[in-house]
Ligand binder design. Structure first.
Ligand code: PEP
Ligand code: MG
Length: 548
């Protein structure tokens, strides 16, 4: 049995036959325009409108995260700048298909050059271009295959329109040749709890329709032609995961009764109902910058008060940890940092950008204090990218000055772990952002597929920093939570608790599995697993040491 590797999304496993997604339409010919440019312009315009209508209809049917991405794609389809560009190309003699294709390609190149999140949205434009050209050609738009039997979908990458039309009854797992941990495939897989492995180089050539595979998201592998025993073992693991996901909702705890509150990561009030439904005991990370990603001016105090109040209201009497704006790198907020930086992940981001625009920070803290006063939630406020005691003192003093009761620091920069004893003296709490802590510890850009293997929070170097923070928190009597993706990995969640994490926050869809896993170990056993992971010399060894 041979296996291909990529980046696993989620922790699920599935065995099924492959169905490959049809390859995209061939590019249009260079034939010069043979018709009237004005009439062809109208024909393209009609095709764009039809594609946008179709995407909007799919958006309404899909709901949730898929709805947002499809609506965004529909907006892109109708972008007036693209239609203008099409006209210019028709006027110089390009045929209609070619004009539309090239106009989208130009827009796509612009997004790709922007890098990070915007570059990953470039796939969406390719999909829109394909749909427009299919309309002009009078052929069906490329799309996901249908099947009466369960299957593993193998594709180059999935566009939003594909992800929204997936038959989730029959699709057991996703595998893509391209795409990184923040691609649409990954977003969809996470939100639907589908196992996925993305960035599997060579998979399209290596597998054929009908071939049996095992997709193991936890290991990041796609096993080809597995034997019966492996298929049975994968089936049993899948069944136990599904059972865990439907177990009764209880507060997070270990087998010996040690409490480990399970909290949700949210990006707006819209995520609150899902978090409540999953049994989240509160919010461990409210990423406030998600509310303002497209804004060109700083939001007003009133606007922010309303947005924060909406989230806090959903959790009366419960803990809600709000992060102040985390601008920069993968989360651009032009009103906080518009400068071009060669290495934006190492630039003016997080607390650094906020300090440089202190009035924006003051306004946000004021809005949070207003929301605190207007609701029954237990509000905690933290700042991203805090590096040391001085930055902690600055932020805590400002938060208290503006009326906040509990003010803490996110641990994402390795220096804060090295200085954990100093920081826990000053902060009311610490929350470890393992996504960035891993990126900076391993010097591996979290957006970059080529170094994705290094972006692994199981790495003992990352875990040792977590332990330094956990120990310092225990010594100072301050809570130390984890709110990065690592908390959503059930086996790693146990290790994090063993290293001293006092709460875990994750996307709502991950809570059930983590809850079930925590209930299988005592604190002593969690510490023992943590010790084994700390002693390992690589992420892979740490995983293995804990699972054996
Ligand atoms: C993190 O870095 O782990 C984190 C939770 O913040 P974000 O993913 O939003 O950068
Ligand atoms: Mg972060």
């Amino acid at each position: 049995m041979s296996a291909l590797s990529g980046v696993g999304v989620g922790r699920g496993i599935a065995a099924a036959k492959v169905l490959k997604m049809p390859e995209p339409l061939a590019p249009p010919s260079d034939e010069p325009l043979a018709a009237d440019a004005g009439a062809e312009h109208q024909r393209v315009q009609a095709a764009l409108t039809e594609v946008a209508d179709d995407l909007n209809a799919r958006a309404a049917a899909a709901g949730g995260d898929a709805q947002q991405v499809l609506e965004a794609a529909a907006l892109m389809a109708q972008d007036p700048a693209i239609l203008d560009d099409v006209r210019s190309r028709l006027d110089v003699g390009a045929n209609a298909e070619k004009a539309a294709w090239d106009a989208y390609a130009a827009f796509r190149d612009m997004l790709t050059q922007m890098g990070g999140y915007m570059a990953e949205r470039a796939t969406d434009l390719d999909d829109v271009a394909q749909r427009v050209v299919a309309r002009l050609r009078g052929v069906p738009a490329p799309g996901v295959p249908a099947s009466d039997e369960p299957f593993v979908l193998v594709a180059r990458d999935l566009a939003p329109a594909d992800t929204a039309t997936l038959d989730l009854e029959q699709t057991l797992a996703l595998v893509t040749e391209d795409g990184g941990p923040t691609s649409h495939t990954a977003i969809l897989a996470r939100s639907k709890s589908l196992p996925a492995v993305v960035g599997v180089v060579g998979v399209l050539d290596a597998v054929a329709d009908g071939q049996l595979v095992i997709v193991d998201a936890k290991a990041g592998t796609v096993a080809l032609d597995p034997d019966d025993a492996s298929v049975t073992a994968a089936g049993a693991e899948r069944a136990s995961r599904l059972a865990a996901a439907s177990a009764p909702i209880t507060d997070g705890a270990l087998a010996d009764g040690t409490k480990v509150p399970l909290l949700a990561n949210v990006g707006s009030g819209k995520d609150a109902p899902g978090a409540v439904e999953a049994g989240a005991e509160g919010v461990g990370l409210f990423r406030t910058e998600f509310l303002f990603l497209g804004a060109s001016a700083a939001p007003s105090v009133e606007e922010q008060t309303a947005a924060y109040t909406e989230v806090l209201r959903a959790f009366p009497g419960k803990k809600v940890v709000v992060r102040v704006l985390d601008a920069g790198a993968d989360k651009p907020l032009s009103f906080l940092n518009d400068a071009h930086e060669e290495n934006p992940a190492l630039g003016l981001r997080g607390i650094r950008a906020l300090r440089a625009s202190e009035q924006i920070l003051r306004d946000q803290l004021t809005a949070l204090a207003n929301a605190q006063a207007a609701t029954e939630a237990e509000l905690h406020v933290m700042a991203p990218m805090i590096a040391d005691r001085e930055e902690t003192e600055y932020f805590v003093a400002l938060g208290k000055e503006l009326g906040l009761a509990s003010v803490g620091a996110m641990a994402e920069v390795p220096s804060i772990a090295v200085l954990a004893d100093q920081v826990t003296e000053v902060a009311d709490f610490v929350s470890i952002g393992t996504n960035d802590l891993t990126q900076y510890t391993m010097a591996a850009d979290r957006q970059l597929g080529s170094v994705a293997a290094l972006q692994d929070p199981w790495h003992p170097a990352v875990l040792r920093l977590v332990k330094m923070l956990g120990d310092a928190g225990a010594a100072a009597g301050k809570p130390v939570g984890v709110c990065g993706e690592a908390a959503a990995d059930p086996a790693l969640a146990v290790v994090l608790v063993g290293l001293g994490a006092t709460s875990l926050s994750m996307s709502a869809s991950a809570i059930a599995e983590v809850r079930a896993e925590l209930l299988t170990v005592t604190l002593e056993q969690a510490k023992e697993r943590a010790a084994r992971a700390l002693a390992a010399s690589s992420a892979a060894q740490a995983r293995q040491a804990v699972s054996s």
